[in-house]
Design a protein around this ligand. Structure first.
Ligand code: FE2
Length: 437
């Protein structure tokens, strides 16, 4: 039963991730609502456990509830349309002591029952919790700094110049989306309902930016009159980035976090477009694997868009945050990058571009917006135990994001995983890159 023991371990690791996040919140701040469209923090404290209990204890194993009121209170998150904000008050929620007691009981019960639980449902529990590890992180990002306990004081960032934008040619071929429904017995095929079924699309050749759009590039758009992104703030005439634990001078070589609407407006301004979901898959299928991708909770913030470039070494920390401008090798690399000429559209050798140049950081360092509206693949069937995971969002009001952010679990970074948000939702760790029209 390798699957079962691997999943038990995965549940423990995922619990440690969410526990660590709640340790960031000062005990007097659990009733804050850092994002107006989302629940108060205390909801998430109960939700990650109530979800497991509702799925495993109640749905899968038909156990009697021991606290039906909390099972219901903590069951569902919210995604209100613009302008319809929740209006509950802190006093509408139970005390932290009551929630902690409930949570401990849930874990004890589930740990007792776990051998009886079908593997698919354990996968769902693990991945649901890991997705919330990212949701909770971006919500806590908006919590006042004085209400958080920083793991360590982040050093000031030396910003490096943004790299010269350049395009990489992606040859025509098949974009392989989704997953074949092969069952879980091989421990390799778990996917959420919206990842099924497999879908192969023919993709004509196209040109895609090597790098995500940086803060430095976006700054030109802001100077031309665009509104600044939500993660930026201006102090004494200088732009700063609002990080998780501190504001820092705007790192010009980091990817910019923006909404879909902002990404689209920027693309139009530059005369480009956002990639489709199929183009992202096609590009990912020809991209080099990156061993030091910025994901899986290793960092709170992005690294330089250069960090994974070929020949740039394998430790993003060496190029990121703190020492870019001070590091002579880093300066030399930037000069080398700047001296490379952009590939002309539709020309140049595909082979040489594939050896020397493929899109960088498609996985990690920020989700990437696509131009694709979130919709089911042919053959979609909702999970009977979680009908509302995807289906309510097939409303034409959400766009697909691909890749992963610094706060995305490695487990979720499989090619078929799909993320989706409203086009004006500004809180997520969402970046983008351009393709030629
Ligand atoms: Fe949830």
């Amino acid at each position: 039963m390798r699957t079962q023991s691997e999943l038990l371990h995965a549940i423990e690791e995922a619990r440690e991730q969410t526990d660590a996040l709640f340790r960031v919140v000062r005990p007097d701040s659990f009733y804050e609502r850092p994002i107006a469209e989302r629940h108060r923090i205390v909801f998430y404290l109960g939700h990650v456990e109530a979800f497991d209990w509702n799925l495993i204890g109640r749905y899968a194993l038909d156990r009697r509830p021991f606290h039906a009121e909390f099972d219901h209170l903590f069951a569902f998150g919210i995604d209100p349309p613009p302008g319809q904000l929740p209006s509950d008050r802190p006093s509408d929620w139970p005390s932290l002591a009551e929630v902690d007691r409930y949570n401990q009981r849930v874990r004890d019960e589930i740990d007792e029952l776990i051998e009886e639980v079908p593997a698919q449902l354990l996968h769902v529990a693990v991945e649901h919790r890991l997705m919330h590890a990212e949701t909770i992180a971006y919500i806590l990002h908006q919590l006042d700094y004085q209400r958080k306990v920083a793991p360590a004081l982040p050093p000031e960032v030396e910003t490096a110049p943004a790299p010269q934008p350049r395009m990489v040619e992606i040859p025509a071929g098949t974009a392989q989306l989704g997953l074949e429904p092969t069952g879980l017995e091989h421990n390799a095929a778990f996917g959420w309902d919206n990842e099924f079924q497999a879908l192969a699309l023919d993709a004509p050749a196209f040109s895609m930016a090597k790098h995500k759009v940086t803060n430095g590039e976006y700054l030109e758009f802001v100077r031309a009159g665009a509104a600044p992104p939500f993660f930026w703030t201006e102090r004494a005439g200088r732009w700063r980035y609002r990080g998780m634990f501190a504001e820092i001078p705007l790192p010009l070589d980091w990817p910019v976090y923006v909404t879909h609407s902002e990404a689209e407006a920027y693309a139009k301004w530059r005369g480009g477009a956002l990639p489709t979901e199929a183009q992202f898959h096609r590009a990912a299928s020809v991209a080099h694997e990156e061993s030091a991708a910025n994901l899986d909770f290793r960092r709170w913030e992005p690294v330089s868009v250069h960090a994974n470039d070929k020949g740039a070494g394998s430790h993003p920390a060496a190029h990121a945050n703190h020492d870019n401008a001070a590091n002579p090798q880093s300066r030399a690399r930037q000069q080398a990058d700047a001296s490379q000429r952009p590939l002309p559209n539709g020309h140049g050798s595909v082979e040489s571009s594939l050896q020397a140049e493929s899109p960088s950081q498609l996985i990690g360092n920020g989700w990437e917006w696509t131009s694709t509206v979130f919709a089911p693949f042919p053959g979609f069937t909702p999970f009977p135990f979680y009908r509302n995971y995807s289906e309510p969002f097939f409303d034409g009001q959400h766009y697909v994001l691909k890749g992963a952010s610094p706060r995305t679990a490695a487990r979720l970074a499989r090619p078929s995983f799909r993320n989706w948000f409203r086009p004006s939702y500004p809180y997520i760790y969402a970046t983008f890159r351009l393709v030629d029209l």
